[in-house]
Structures are given as C-alpha cells and as structure tokens.
Design a protein around this ligand. Structure first.
Ligand code: PEP
Ligand code: MG
Length: 328
C-alpha cells in the first residue's frame, strides 16, 4: 500500500483534463537538507538571497556569495533557478545594516535600497553571474519594483556586471550565458504598467504576500489586523486574474511565488485563472500536486467566473473548500 501511495505522490502534476502545471520550490537556506528538497520540484522559483545575508554578522563578500550561489546552481543544471536580488528592509532586517523608519514596509526595502547602494547590488549580481559560468539556468529576479525607472536602472547594472564577468570568463576560455531577468509583481502600481514591464523583462513572478498587504493596506505581520489580511479578497483575486491575462497576451512567462501558491485553495484558483507555474515551500509540493491531479481546468474555470464576483474572502474560501472536499 505504501508503495502505491508513494508512486502516486511522484506522479507528475497533471490535471484531470491533461494540463501540466510546473511546481517549483521557494528556498533560501542553502543547507544540504534543503537542497535535497529542491530535487522534487521543477526548479527553484524563488531563492530568497536575503536569508544567507541575515544569517551573517556582516555583508558576505563576493567570494562567499559566489560559493553559496554556485552550490545552488550546480545542484540543478537543467532546471530554472530564480535568484532574487537582496530584499532586505520591511520585515527582513539586517543586524549589521540597521534602518530606522516609521513605516518600514513603505520605506527603504528591496530594489530601492540596492539601487541606492549599487556597490551592494553589483557585488551580488557579479557573484551570481560568476557562479553561473558554464551553466545556463540562472534567472535574476528584482524585488519591490514600483516603477519602470527601477527596472531600467537595475538592467543597466546587470549588463555592466555581465560584461565584466564575461570578459573574465573569456580569458579562461569559459562561457557565460545571459541570465533571464524578471521582476516581482508585488506593489499594486505595477498593475497599471504591465505592458511596459512586459517589454522590458523576460519573466514575471507574482508575490501575493506583499501584493495582498499593499492592495488591502493591511500589514502582513500585524496580529491586530490579521483577520483583514486575505489573499482570497475578491480585489486581490481580480488583480491576480488581470496579471495572468496580460502576461499571456504579451507572452511573458509568469510564476506565482507567494504563500497563496502553496495553499490548496490558492493553487486551485490560480490554476483556474490560467497560471501554470507555482512556487512554494518544499513541504507543500505533495499536497499541491494532489490538488492538481484531482481538479479539472474545465469545471474550476466555471467556478472562477462566479467567485470573482463574490462579496467577501470568506465566501470565496467556502466555495473553494467545497470544490476540494467534493474531490476527496
Ligand atoms: C511575496 O511578497 O509574496 C514574496 C514571495 O516575497 P517575500 O515573502 O519574500 O516578501
Ligand atoms: Mg515580497
């Protein structure tokens, strides 16, 4: 019996009506234990590089970063590895780089901080690129993008680092592939500039954690308002639907890497919307694979059109739970 359950758990995540969904892993700790878990998924959809930064007492050097990134990239030479540039500030403080602000979530975080410190950004990107020499699986992801200027500036710096590392690689007769560059969609402003972003980048990654926090103006970590924080709020769902539609229209690959993607009801509704790449904590992979193998695109789409007009997150969650319960 156990053998049977096991073989089913390893079955590819394909819906009852034949749609394959890519399931990827969110990672950050480069412990070997975690690397083992990466083996299960279709790659790493989100590597949170701030975590190795947070575990140290000072900024890791280019060499130290290179070692960490190399370890991750070589584990999966044939799968996409998406490394996000440093996303500190907000809820992710660095003890050796204190920031004191009245509104940290609206302050100096993510790309804002690294563009103000191009030295930090360049060292990190150079380390990623050097680690990718001889490989072609590196994807670079930019966090907290709220304007097109930030994308242009970050791309300019990535190009500079690329040219530097490329000439170093050529001196040693080695190949450096161009990394794919993408942006996190997590600040609501991007909802109104999706076509312009699509022209500038190779992929999108939707951060539903921050998107929910900023759309609803609810701190994602404040217990007092926790009951108001829900990614099943119909406004959040409509935003996610719009992103999927524009990404499809412009042919930009899109992944969802926020917590919603690792929740059974969340994965169900995202797939109904048309998302085919979900990234989640490794321990959610099996559960979500089960959801996919037991759902059908056809009837989940019918449910979706109703759900998007519901009044409350609660009503949405009930409808999704009912669907899943009916599947066992
Ligand atoms: C998000 O905001 O949804 C996300 C994936 O990034 P983080 O949780 O690291 O802010
Ligand atoms: Mg985020």
């Amino acid at each position: 019996l156990f053998e049977k359950i096991d073989s089913e758990a390893d079955a590819p995540p394909i819906t009852q009506d034949g749609q394959r969904v890519s399931l990827m892993v969110n990672a950050g700790l480069s412990a070997d234990l975690e690397l083992d878990q990466y083996r299960q998924g279709d790659g790493v959809g989100l590597y949170r590089t701030e975590i190795p930064f947070m575990m140290r007492e000072r900024f890791p050097s280019e060499r130290e970063q290179y070692e960490i990134y190399k370890h991750v990239l070589v584990t999966h030479p044939n799968k996409e590895i998406t490394m996000r540039t440093l996303d500190v500030g907000g809820d992710k403080p660095l003890a050796y780089f204190p920031i004191s602000e009245e509104n940290p979530f609206l302050g100096w975080r993510g790309i804002r901080l690294t563009l103000d410190h191009p030295d930090i950004f360049l060292v990190q990107v150079r380390a990623m690129l050097r680690a990718s020499i001889g490989l072609s699986n590196l994807h670079i992801l930019l966090p907290m993008i709220s304007s097109l200027n930030e994308v242009d500036e970050a791309k300019r710096l990535i190009k500079q680092a690329f040219l530097e590392v490329k000439s170093e690689a050529m001196e040693q007769d080695q190949m450096l592939s161009k990394p794919a560059v993408g942006v996190m969609l997590e600040v609501p402003a991007v909802l109104f500039q999706l076509p312009q972003l699509a022209e500038r980048v190779d992929f999108f990654s939707v951060g539903t954690n921050d998107m929910t926090q900023y759309l609803l103006a609810v701190d994602r970590n404040n217990p007092r308002v926790a009951s108001l924080y829900s990614s099943y709020h119909p406004s959040v769902l409509n935003a996610l639907q719009q992103i999927q539609q524009v990404a499809a229209q412009y042919n930009v690959p899109v992944t969802v890497c926020g917590e919603l993607a690792g929740e059974p009801r969340g994965a169900l509704i995202l797939i109904a919307m048309g998302y085919r790449k979900l990234s989640m904590n490794a321990h959610s992979l099996r559960k979500i694979s089960w959801v996919i193998r037991n759902m059908s695109i056809h009837d989940s789409r019918q449910m979706l059109s109703e759900i998007l007009n519901y009044d409350s997150p609660m009503a949405v969650q009930e409808a999704l739970s009912e669907y899943l319960e009916a599947k066992g």
